[in-house]
Structure formats: structure tokens, C-alpha cells
Design a protein around this ligand. Sequence first.
Ligand code: ADP
Ligand code: MG
Length: 213
Amino acid sequence: MVKGIKDVHEQILDVLSRYLSPLNAKGVLSRALARADLRRDQLDDVTAPQVVGNIQRAARLFVDPAALAQLEEELTRLASSGQAPAAVKVQVNGERDIVKARAAGRQICEQLRANAFSVQKVATVVSELARNIVSYAEQGHMEVTPIPGGRARVRIVAVDDGPGIPNLARILSGKYRSKTGLGLGIVGSKRLADKFDIQTGRHGTTVSVEIVL
Ligand SMILES: Nc1ncnc2c1ncn2[C@@H]1O[C@H](COP(=O)(O)OP(=O)(O)O)[C@@H](O)[C@H]1O
Ligand SMILES: [Mg+2]
């Protein structure tokens, strides 16, 4: 989003006002914000795509079908000119990739304006899961995906095609004591997560974690 004199809120309002009455334009925008659970001052490059999505749905009721495509195009252009952070995928083959994945996690958090505590949570989960790939599966990959919005989240997915975790139930129960580490990578990640899922079998392991920032 080009940072001019006008903020994102005004830019969207300008576009809407060319298709709707001023009153309707304001109403549509404020409902789109409410639906995204955002205040006006939280509307920025990162959150704009979600709000614009909400506006497009609402606008179908208000805008002449002949003009709708044009409005949608204008709004999409406005939202996608921002630097909404992209998902990052890191191949994990060795120690150095753990550092790389961790840095990617931190960067995404910062782009989503996460507080220091949330950044730490994400960085910890990313490095524990990446470390497990290196230690037990040799190689795999990590994917860190930003999910902007009023309740911004980060999704962390660790995938490998290693031997799997046969004693997962015991590990999750907290009774497991590992020889190599503290044995808290998986349980610790689960504790830090707002959503946690692990799929494991003879053909590999996939751990998915969501952390609300
Ligand atoms: N990706 C994985 N592939 C295979 N086994 C794994 C994987 N991640 C964890 N494990 C197994 O689960 C155990 C517990 O992992 P974790 O909770 O990270 O503790 P630690 O790594 O300190 O042992 C490990 O000791 C290992 O046996
Ligand atoms: Mg571990």
C-alpha cells in the first residue's frame, strides 16, 4: 500500500464512495471492520485484505451488478499492493536450517506486529519442531504461514518422511523422558499452541500448530 497522506481507511472509503452513497460506504466499511474484529486504527497493509474480502461480499447487496466487477478490481488492487507477509517454506536438512526457520518465524511475527511474548512462542515452537526433524527424521521442511486479521495467527507446519513416533501417546501424556533432550519439544509445543495436531506413522510425521498472536 502506498503510504501517502491518506491512510488505508480513507483510501478504501474513497473507492467505496464512488460506488455507494457516503452513508452506505461508511456503513459497509464499518461492518467489514467489525466482522474482521478490527478497530479502524488497526486497518493497515496487513489487515486490509481481510477487510476488503468482507466488503466485497457486502457490496454485492448494494452495488449495481454492472459496476460490481470494477469495484472488486479496485478494492483487490488496493489490498494487494500492501506487503501482506507471505508464507515461508524452509527445507530442513541440518542445524543451520533450524536457525533459518526460527528467523523466518520471527520475521513473520514482526510483520504481523506481534508482541515479544508471542514472537518468543512462535520461535520456540519452530525451533523445537525443526530440531526434531534434524534429530529424528534427518530431513523435512517447515512452513510458517501468517494469518492476518483482528485475531492474527501464525500457522507452523513441520513435515518429514522419517520413521514416525511409535510412542506418541506416552510422549503426549508427559511421562516420556528422552535420552537426547529434555523431552519437552512436542509437549512444550502443544502447551504453547492454540491449536495442535500431530499425524505420525511409518512414513513420517506432520505437526501442525497455530499460535494466536
Ligand atoms: N519428527 C520426528 N520423527 C520421529 N520421531 C520424533 C520426531 N519428533 C520427535 N520424535 C520422538 O519423540 C520424542 C520426544 O520428542 P520431543 O518432545 O521433542 O523431546 P526430545 O527431542 O527432547 O526427545 C523424541 O525423543 C523422539 O523419539
Ligand atoms: Mg525435541
